[in-house]
Design a protein around this ligand. Sequence first.
Ligand code: F6P
Length: 347
Amino acid sequence: MRVGMLTGGGDCPGLNAVIRAAVRKGIQHYGDEFVGFMEGWRGVLDDVTMPLTLETTSGILHRGGTILRSSRTNVKKIPGGFEKCLEVIQKHKLDALIALGGDDTQSISLALAERGLKCVGVPKTVDNDLSGTDACFGFDTAVSIATEAVDRLHSTAEAHNRVMVVEVMGRDAGWIAVTSGIAGGADVILVPEVPIDIDEVCRLVTYRREHGKLFSIVVVAEGATFPGGEQESHGTNVDSFGHVRLSGIGQVLAEEIEKRTKYETRSVNLGHTQRGGTPTAYDRMLATRYGVAAIDLLHAGKSSRLVVLRGTEITDIPLADAIAKTRTVGEDLLAVIKGLQPPPPAV
Ligand code: F6P
């Protein structure tokens, strides 16, 4: 089988591990040949490729980023884009395509599958918000980085009696905020799923001061909003999928907390640090399992499927189901956060 592969959307640690695993299994067990498209769908449209062999995929397991590079190219926005993609895929005599990406990337795979191309997807996003899977690779690494940052901020917050607000990634879902916040012992955790109640935030910060602790840590997801408010963004430009660049809720929140409580407050935006560098052992393992499963699926004759993790098992679901909705943080985890905080005073 001749198989094309690409990585689309924001990068995340573990992409190289998926590429390596699919190529190794494909070449060594099925006699496959691989073509790597550079920079996501842009590489397919412009026919920019690199060979994916045992040699070119050697030594990349532990490396962050992606040897195929990435972009947020939206084929739907390009007149004749799908026809062009199919032409290039035909030129390379490909039997199938494996796309590593989140919902935007997978929506293009689905559209190509509807035009007759065999496509299999691998779920990738540090936000961990693709539905149908219990985990996307890259998330564990992002959480480790964010948790270490929260740990480190404790000592400087304590030294200065400050409130530290830590902004983490999470556009529509607060998985990184909740996990790093709980693991790092944050006093307040704010997510896109629940509008920010600023009175409650200040009550929690003040409560700590009144109970012997002279500093506080607040973790906020970049996509969190005040009731009825817009998400904070860096300018109004949108990418080709219509997303603005989120940034700034941490600073806005820090100013509001300081104004209301009079406690000195600082904000830190962890930004792309969370997506950089070497993947954790968990992400390398998950990514490798996904890579092997993706090539096995194609050889089992399946198409328009996404490999997913359910419990501890790797299985697959229709691509359409994965992009239908965002997987948000559930009430169970929100209840854990509440359980660690002092309840609101009875009225
Ligand atoms: O979709 C994953 C994500 O990391 C979001 O959390 C974040 O808003 C966005 O990508 C950042 O995108 P970019 O790398 O294009 O700035």
